[in-house]
Ligand binder design. Structure first.
Ligand code: PLP
Length: 339
């Protein structure tokens, strides 16, 4: 019997660029600037904690929203960093990576025919998920200014229609490494405060929240008292603890939004996560500061282009910025990139 042909739900989406670049990097043993994962191991204490948790029998389905003590710790963390309290019982959900949280958040609130505003360049899962819901993505390109890449809020405001349901933000941004400021959030709040915009929600992808450089601070949308009331805020333990393959993340949102999120049919494979992780890592300040990748055999050097504030791999963001601005030179000393 032949396999029936599937009529693709995403005919324009082929292999992701991450898969293509990672395969090429492996084939040619090149420095992989395509995908955001580290080339060093995570803290051994983290492995020990997870091993211990598994040996103690924590291997079965957790409650739907994630293990309660982990949700308590996420709530404490968010409150201590961003001064907003989420109720761990009703407003925090542990997910199988940030990607699952993004997918479920979009699916739970966007209907066919709605519009979703996406700032480009953007992480590559946003557009296919929007398409799968039958909604339309309205893309706004970031602008390059003296201080780096920024969101043109006037253009964003002009692109809002009665069909706009969701705005997706990503700070720190992949791939530019730029970060949103309080002024950015105030500009967005000014737009969304208009009565005709009261139906608009925000998805704030903050997976790189702990990778911000040069003494700058990540400003979470959680710290904006108005915007937090309509935001899905997403983070990733995979990114924070350098274990991207484990795919554990979480979503925080006001109770009415969390209820929809968790009842979404896509939100079924919530993972148990060893609470030892947070306990171990919270006590060690170093985990909030992510070391920059250092490779000795790179051949690219970017100069006089916007310096990324943040990002998993600062070098990758820098190279992206240099490429966009045409400010590429070559050299063989990768350490210069990290200076
Ligand atoms: C902006 C952004 N959001 C989300 C993710 C995915 O995070 P996770 O691996 O936890 O699904 C990535 C991964 O590269 C990313 O760059």
């Amino acid at each position: 019997m032949n396999t029936p042909l599937i009529s693709s739900r995403l005919p324009h989406v082929g292999n992701t660029i991450f898969s293509v670049m990672s395969a090429l990097a492996a084939q040619y043993q090149a420095v992989n600037l395509g995908q955001g994962f580290p080339d060093f191991d995570c803290d051994i204490e983290l492995i020990d904690s997870v091993t211990q948790a598994m040996q103690q029998g924590h291997n079965q389905y957790p409650p739907m929203a994630g293990v309660p003590v982990l949700r308590d710790m996420i709530s404490d963390k968010v409150e201590s960093l961003y001064r907003h309290h989420y109720d761990p019982q009703t407003e925090i959900t542990v997910t199988a990576g940030a990607t699952q949280a993004i997918m479920c958040a979009i699916q739970c609130c966007v209907h066919p025919g709605d519009e979703v505003i996406v700032i480009e360049p953007a992480y590559d899962c946003y557009l296919p998920v929007i398409e799968l819901t039958g909604a339309r993505a309205v893309t706004i390109a970031m602008q390059l200014s003296e201080s780096g890449f920024c969101i043109p809020w006037d253009r964003l405001a002009a692109s809002i229609t009665p069909k706009t349901r969701l705005i997706i933000l990503n700070t720190p941004n992949n791939p530019t490494g730029s970060t949103l400021s309080t002024a950015d959030f105030n500009a967005l709040a000014d737009i969304l405060r208009r009565p005709e915009h009261k139906q608009i929600l925000i998805l704030s992808d903050e997976v790189y929240e702990h990778m911000v450089y040069d003494g700058k601070q990540h400003i979470s949308i959680c710290s904006h008292p108005e915007l937090v009331q309509r935001a899905f805020v997403i983070s990733s333990f995979g990114k924070t603890f350098h274990v991207t393959g484990w795919k554990v993340g979480y979503l925080c949102a006001p109770v009415a939004m969390s209820v929809e999120f968790i009842s979404s049919p896509f939100s079924q494979s919530i993972r148990r996560c060893s609470t030892g992780w947070l306990r171990t890592c919270r006590t060690r300040n170093h985990i909030w500061i992510y070391p920059i990748f250092i490779r000795s055999n790179a051949i690219c050097f970017a100069r006089a282009c916007p310096k990324p504030d943040s990002g998993y791999c600062r070098s990758r963001a820098l190279i992206f910025n240099a490429w966009i601005t045409g400010k590429f030179l070559t050299c063989r000393n990768w350490n210069l990139l990290n200076g």
